[in-house]
Design a protein around this ligand. Sequence first.
Ligand code: 6PG
Length: 242
Amino acid sequence: MIVEDLEELRRVAAVKFVDVANNAINEKGRFQVSLAGGSTPRSLYRLLASAEYREKIDWSKVFLFFGDERFVPPDHPDSNYRMAKENLFDLIDIPDANIFRWPTENVNAEQAGAEYERTLNDFFGSDTFARFDLILLGMGADGHTASLFPNTAALNEEQRIAVANRVDRLDTTRLTLTFPVINNAANVVFLLAGEEKADTLRDILEGAPDPEKYPAQSIKPAGKLIWIVEKKAASKLSDAIS
Ligand code: 6PG
């Protein structure tokens, strides 16, 4: 879906978020969602926290996770958790126990990944492969999504659902959900804005498969895949996203 600008992107995304949330709560009494980091979703979170939207969801039945995290303290300016806290959690009535951040105070990223994986398995039940009702994703101009960056080890992870992932290009180690759990979701929604992503998005959606170069190409969920793309980011597409 191509939208005019960030304002329309966040509104379309908010309507989808509320719709999936209330369907899940009506069907099974809870909504389990993985949030995206970066800058694009920030305005969505603020809209969900606004007087116009926050009453549309029973937040006590919402369980929030993160698709990825930087290996920094939770109050660090680069923390995805901090961004979501400032733009959503602090502005709505949601129990702290419903929010599951990556444990970045761990000694090392590998331990943080293993601990988050235990948290996910405890939440979803060890006999059930983690299945989110909704996973929000962004995409970088290099085709990464979550912290699944081109030519990194986590792209080839087929068993684990939460790992540390060394990203040499950024000279850092990130934390990320893996393709198995992302592709097991009932709904995956990409939120994209910015002309700098236009060439990559065209290559990802219309070019030859090259998953090492374009990790976002490997997002093929069992459930629904929805792209909500601001028109500048969609400007190089030959066929409008349906
Ligand atoms: C992160 C995100 C990352 C993000 C993309 C797009 O931790 O940075 O999870 O995957 O979604 O880099 O970021 P923007 O929305 O800022 O363009």
